[in-house]
Ligand binder design. Structure first.
Ligand code: ZN
Ligand code: ZN
Ligand code: FE
Length: 764
């Protein structure tokens, strides 16, 4: 018997070879009808033998292409029409409907084979791609995903490409960015004055220049990279000086897994992640001493951030250069990634010696993602390969825009069950960063047909993103909901772990504006999606000079000493003796009289303090540096099992962690000549015990048993491990971040969710 079905499929079903797959499947079951992309979904109208039709529907789910993801499949049965063939219809745009968009996908094995096969028509061609790989998000201007709505619009396919594109049995059937050397984008090389350097093979010439120690700006997938020979200490030093980035770790791109193993230890899981379609930067255990990579790439670190080539351009360049390449974002410090040729030539002229340019425009800036494998994949920076994949919410959200925090900013837009966390936007310290934030919001709004009805922002009145959110809300007459920073952290962690109801939230963090106007960051909350109660904190200590205390951890260390032990405290035997007496007196007065010294309970500042006291780091040049180096220096042999004392005080409704005995013991160890490695380990263990003891007290009192760990300080894996184990030993359950960063990159998600419930609570 014959039947006809109308099938509607939602999920990631565009730009991943879904229609050709449906076409082939329909033919194999001898069905007739059509398939079509709409802006909301893929629609199929199909008829034929009942049994074949049912198998067809099953196979849609079971055999979907590797990059496709079906979230919802609905089929309904209708009277026969009598189609005589199966066809792919032109895409239809539907008012207000939206469609998920595939992130950019690293080069597939088939395309890789072609670019390295002499004789293939795409041999050596840096823009090779197919339905299984290639640029997506970064070239898409609008939906439905079709070539005219991408930056490939200007390139007219040659007859060969056109015939691949039109052949349902070809790997490039409807591959929107399809291109070849005859008809597609081209690459060329210029010097820093923009003068073209003639070369038969610009990639070969570029790799020669790299091998000779030059710094190359190269246009990639989501923006420019700055590259140099990662084994050339001089080149790396030059890049650091020109980029004004003295010590923040840089990433390395290495041609193959086998070559990565010459420099790092790589587990099976890490290998899978590196070579996955996301192809992120993965933090690997660096075989220092064995590796020829310049130590200056990541000073004071055990880990090295490594990625494989993820576009044909990178594959070819790496193969020709045959050296590991240092790769860092092509931007000036504090600014977003340069993405256009002209922009790069202007902005990067003082950094790069040469530029490798091409004429496929980048529509959306997107940095490399950064991950670590630690009991599963944990995303530290969520960008290329992840964005704009949404997080699926356990409820139907309104249309909300959350503008995110000040540092490591992302924004989040919600619609129905989807939370679209933007790619990493970065620190909001410049005009161009704000422009990037606005562009990103506009792009997500238009791609996903979102018209925000509620705006969410951080509670900090001075944050650039907060000010923008408030302007936007008042201009459009929308409610603007201020969300406490650490509440947002915990809810972000809850959504990441699909938790509902009340949890104990531990937010160990750098900086977050508190409801009392103080700077929070060592917080114990009872939180749910709607609200929170602060039930514990690290004790308040003044931050002498505010921001200055963040940049100079020794100031924070002095503040701890003056606050806890008085101004007469002896600095004998401490690295703090080197601080000028005048500055010490100023700090003492600031602390005593509270001049320009906001109070903080920040765990980040406490880690800074111990780093400064133990001589690990007194001044920093990137965020979190002192704490990061304190973690790196910690002894890994596990011989010493001691920790420092601390007290938990009860003050009205909250518990306060008192650190006088802790700091006093640290001072004792420093003066006794105990190694920083040992002090650091003892301190980490102490913090784990602080968290576990607090959680135990709160859990007993409030009858809760789930603990969510969040905040940038918990990116510290030593702390996370020790803390997780300590909490479990109290019989409690622990949850930490995986898909969403535990640092401020995850804040926007928490803001959006909290704003949704705040507005439904007030009936708005
Ligand atoms: Zn491919
Ligand atoms: Zn072509
Ligand atoms: Fe934070």
């Amino acid at each position: 018997m014959k039947q006809r079905a109308m099938i509607n499929i939602r999920g990631i079903v565009q730009g991943v070879g879904f229609r050709p797959f449906v076409y082939r499947l329909a033919h194999s079951y001898r069905l007739t009808g059509w398939v079509c992309n709409t802006s909301g979904s893929v629609e199929i109208d199909v008829e034929g033998d009942e049994c074949a039709l049912n198998q067809f529907i099953d196979s849609l789910r079971m055999q979907a292409p590797p990059r496709a993801r079906i979230d919802n499949l609905e089929a309904s049965f209708h009277p026969l029409i009598g189609y005589d063939a199966f066809l792919i219809h032109k895409s239809q745009a539907k008012e207000n409907e939206y469609q998920l968009i595939s992130p950019d996908i690293a080069t597939c094995e088939d395309c890789k084979r072609e670019i390295f096969s002499a004789g293939d028509r795409r041999y050596n061609y840096p823009f090779t791609n197919c339905t299984n790989c290639g640029p997506r998000f970064t070239i898409i201007k609008d939906i439905p995903y079709d070539r005219p709505k991408t930056t490939m619009n200007g390139f007219v396919m040659c007859p060969d490409c056109q015939s691949e594109y039109s052949d349902p049995l070809d790997r490039r059937f409807h591959a929107q960015p399809n291109a070849c050397p005859v008809c597609g984008p081209q690459v060329w090389l210029v010097d820093k004055d923009g003068v073209r350097i003639e070369a038969d093979d610009p990639l070969a010439k570029a790799s020669e220049l790299l091998r000779a120690g030059n710094i190359l700006a190269l246009k990639g997938l989501g923006g420019f990279h700055l590259a140099c020979d990662a084994t050339d200490e001089q080149a790396v030093r030059r890049l650091r000086r020109r980029k004004k980035r003295p010590s923040k770790p840089l990433a390395v791109m290495i041609g193959t897994i086998a070559k990565i193993k010459e420099h790092c230890y790589v587990s099976r899981e890490e290998e899978d992640l590196l070579s996955s379609p996301v192809a992120p930067i993965v933090l690997l255990n660096w075989r220092k001493g064995k590796s020829g990579i310049a130590p200056l790439i990541a000073p004071q670190q055990h880990d090295l951030g490594v990625m494989l080539p993820y576009t044909p351009l990178h594959h070819l360049l790496l193969a020709k250069a045959d050296i590991p390449l240092m790769m860092t974002s092509g931007n000036l410090s504090g600014e977003p990634l340069a993405k256009d040729n002209e922009e790069a030539l202007v902005k990067l002229a003082a950094i790069a010696d040469y530029f490798l340019l091409h004429d496929r425009d980048i529509h959306v800036r997107c940095d490399d993602s950064v991950c670590v494998v630690d009991r599963g994949t944990r995303v530290i920076r969520r960008a290329r390969g992840y964005a704009p994949d949404p997080i699926v919410l356990p409820f139907q959200a309104g249309e909300i825009l959350a503008c995110g925090p000040e540092l490591k900013n992302t924004v989040c837009l919600t619609k129905k069950e989807h939370a679209f966390i933007s790619q990493h936007i970065g620190d909001m310290g410049s005009e161009s960063a704000l422009a990037h934030l606005k562009d990103t919001i506009n792009h997500y709004e238009s791609l996903f047909r979102i018209t925000p009805q509620i705006i969410a922002c951080d509670m900090h009145p001075e944050y650039v993103a907060t000010k923008y959110a408030r302007q936007l809300a008042s201009k459009n007459n929308l409610p603007c909901i201020s969300v406490q920073h650490h509440h947002a952290h915990i809810v972000s962690g809850m959504i990441d772990n699909e938790l509902e109801g009340k949890v104990i939230g531990v937010a160990f963090d750098g900086t977050g504006y508190g409801t009392d106007g103080a700077i929070w960051g060592g917080e114990f909350l009872i939180a749910d999606w709607v609200g929170f109660e602060r039930v514990g904190q690290l004790e308040y200590i003044p931050m002498p000079g505010g921001e200055a205390a963040i940049r100079r951890p020794y100031r924070m260390a002095l503040s701890y000493l003056y606050t806890l032990f008085g101004n007469e405290v002896s600095l004998d035997g401490l690295p703090l003796q080197q601080v000028e007496p005048i500055e010490r007196r100023v700090i003492a007065r600031q602390v005593q009289q509270g001049i320009n010294s906001p109070l903080t309970s920040s765990a980040g500042r406490l880690f800074d303090t111990v780093a400064a006291l133990s001589g690990v780091r007194e001044e920093i040049d990137y965020e979190g540096q002192a704490a990061i180096e304190l973690e790196a220096v910690a002894a890994r042999d596990g011989q010493d099992a001691r920790s420092y004392p601390f007290f938990i005080d009860r003050e009205a409704q909250t518990r306060v962690v008192r650190l006088k005995s802790t700091i006093s013991s640290v001072l004792h160890d420093v003066r006794a000549g105990v190694l920083p490695a040992t002090i650091s380990l003892r301190f980490h263990r102490t913090m784990a015990a602080v968290i576990a003891n607090m959680c135990e007290l709160i859990a007993q009192e409030r009858d809760l048993e789930r603990v969510v760990l969040s905040g940038g300080v918990l990116q510290n894996r030593l702390l996370a491990h020790l803390t997780g184990a300590a909490i479990k030993s109290k019989g409690l359950e622990v949850f930490s971040h995986h898909r969403v960063p535990c640092n401020d990159g995850g804040i926007s998600l928490g803001q959006a969710v909290i704003a949704h419930f705040a507005s439904s609570k007030t009936g708005g």
